[in-house]
Design a protein around this ligand. Structure first.
Ligand SMILES: O=C(CO)COP(=O)(O)O
Ligand SMILES: O=C[C@H](O)COP(=O)(O)O
Ligand SMILES: [Zn+2]
Ligand SMILES: [Zn+2]
Length: 354
């Protein structure tokens, strides 16, 4: 039994100064690629599924897939997390499907596109935290709206994300409000906005402090040193993956992601969960394009999916190494949900705010 809660995993990461990538999955190939990477470097992992992934794969399939990976790799702690839950019901059904952690993203309304106000966000997030903690399940909240500081636009690319132009204030989490938010909701982890966005088109140039506001993370960490921070939209969009896709018929305009050094700087400042989806999508697509273009007669999916999985495994293993997640799996013994529930009840896991 190696399923672990987000809270236990991030507490361990904070204690030992590392970060944990949260990789998105939609199918078996992605799940197996992540696990092969985690196994190769002895790292715990967070596997997350969005609402879109749940609709694509079906909750029953996801549940059995997660059972399968913990059975295949019993020594690897796996946190199964809901990415961007849009309302309390979505979070509750994820818990029923075996997720050990949920994100209640109250930065946007239920429609996933209208920026929400403070009262709404605190209300839904606290509701989910109160309920989930009774069962020992962890909760991530979000304060601030993800979007580009270059254009003021939210990210619509993945079907969720703010619509219309956002103000600078909305795009940068306010450190004072972050303290209040964590105190009122008792979330286990806090996603913050500081210029990253989902998808491949994050920045039109290599980001500096103007458009990737790492100083906001440092400021929040100073005020909330015991809160686990989450960076969304943290794909690096490596040049070589853009190149390979374009070499084999793709058309990805030149773009920049979040440099790994910036994520490492975040990890020194309380970032414990780093969300990565796009990089893996690109790693898979690059190899599928290459194989189909080099071997146009090929029609056995394994012939292109296997190299695709290898590329994804390589990318995941690199991130696990660079975030210092590697080598930590063997040091963690997952705490059962019932025991986590007792710890929440006792107040032991309440946010520590000075
Ligand atoms: O934040 C993410 C999922 O919640 C994924 O971000 P990327 O699109 O940068 O991979
Ligand atoms: O938002 C985060 C992930 O990139 C998931 O994207 P998705 O909603 O297209 O599954
Ligand atoms: Zn997304
Ligand atoms: Zn996200």
């Amino acid at each position: 039994m190696a399923r672990i809660t987000l809270r236990q995993l991030l507490d361990h990461a904070a204690e030992h100064d590392y970060g944990v990538p949260a990789f998105n999955i939609n199918n078996m190939e992605q799940a197996l690629s992540i696990m092969a990477a985690a196994d190769s470097v002895d790292a715990p992992v967070i596997i997350q599924a969005s609402r879109g992934a749940r609709a694509y794969a079906h909750d029953v399939m996801l549940r059995h897939m997660m059972d399968a990976v913990v059975e295949i790799y019993p020594h690897i702690p796996v946190c199964v997390h809901l990415d961007h839950g849009n309302n309390p019901a979505t979070c509750m059904t994820a818990i029923q499907a075996g997720f050990t952690s949920v994100m209640m993203d109250g930065s946007l309304m239920e429609d996933g596109k209208t920026p929400a106000d403070w009262t709404y966000n605190v209300g839904v997030t606290k509701t989910v935290a109160d309920m989930a903690h009774l069962g020992g399940i962890s909760v991530e909240g979000e304060l601030g709206v993800l979007g580009s500081l270059e254009t003021g636009m939210g990210d619509k690319e993945d079907g969720h994300g703010a619509e219309g132009k956002l103000s600078h204030d909305q795009l940068l989490t306010d450190p004072e409000e972050a303290v209040k938010f964590v105190r009122e909701t008792k979330v286990d982890a806090l996603a913050i906005a500081m210029g990253t966005s989902h998808g491949a088109y994050k920045f039109t140039r290599k980001p500096d402090g103007e458009i990737l506001a790492m100083h906001v993370i440092e400021e929040i960490h100073r005020r909330l040193p015991d809160t686990h921070l989450v960076m969304h939209g943290s794909s690096s969009v490596p040049q070589e993956l853009q190149d390979i896709i374009n070499k084999y018929g793709g058309e990805i305009p030149q773009t920049w992601g979040v440099p790994v050094e910036e994520i490492q700087r975040g990890i020194k400042n309380g970032v414990r969960k780093i969300n990565i989806d796009t990089d893996n999508r690109m790693a898979l697509t690059g190899q599928i394009r290459r194989v189909l273009s080099e071997h146009p007669g090929e029609f056995d999916p394994r012939k292109y999916l296997k190299p695709a999985m290898e590329a994804m495994t390589k990318l995941c293993a690199e991130r696990l190494e660079l975030f210092n997640t590697a080598g930590q799996a063997g040091k963690i013994k997952p705490i059962p949900l019932a025991e986590m529930a007792k710890r929440y009840q006792s107040g032991e896991l309440d946010p520590k705010i000075g």
